[in-house]
Design a binder for this molecule. Sequence first.
Ligand code: FNR
Length: 232
Amino acid sequence: MSSPAQPASAALVAAPPFPEADRAAVYRAIHSRRDVRSQFTPRPVDDATLLRLLDAAHHAPSVGFMQPWNFIVIRDNGVKGRVQAAFAEANAEAATLFPAERRPLYSALKLEGITAAPVNLCVTCDRSRGGPVILGRTHAPEMDLYSTVCAVQNLWLAARAEGIGVGWVSIFREGALKRILNLPDQVVPVAYLCLGHVDELHAEPELQARGWRSRLPLEDLVFHDGWGQRDG
Ligand SMILES: Cc1cc2c(cc1C)N(C[C@H](O)[C@H](O)[C@H](O)COP(=O)(O)O)c1[nH]c(=O)[nH]c(=O)c1N2
């Protein structure tokens, strides 16, 4: 297939601001989204709802429209059990890495909901998708991984709107997850997510509520025209 010398024309549609109530809903999803470990109800996640979430993820931006993601839906208790064991092994290692005075609090935190969540989802990045040269990735090969994270965030926000909680678990040796899920060499497990209906969510990040770490003031993070310049 030969590529045209001129790109085909692309249609435009009107893009006005959303009406007030719709805008409020978007911000509500953003601000009330939480990372969930303990609040999952046993109610199954039906296929239609799950498909809407995956479709939201699939509409994320991606470098060069690479769409490097796959979604491995895990409902099998045997697979969940193996993932849970991989977490437990890595978490025991992780606990030793924090200063002694923080270890009791670390060990008291619940950092996964793998077996409690009705659905687990591994969002992967196929680093070879679309071939070796990808528009926008020529000088920044990690952009495929960032694109996959955009898909995760889309899903996380859509899940909030659906009353589904999502918990991201990243305390694994990557090789362990790859072996359990039979991932090919070029496929990276970017996110391991636990999903399930929730009736309640924490009002603030659980790590903040439990005294692990607090939200930084936005004004400390905004610079103007260069690093460290605070005056606009
Ligand atoms: C890339 C990545 C990886 C992880 C997380 C998040 C992200 C973005 N988070 C959740 C994290 O602790 C949480 O997002 C923050 O504490 C903020 O809380 P809310 O998400 O606002 O509830 C998380 N939480 C947890 O209990 N175990 C984990 O392994 C991880 N890993």
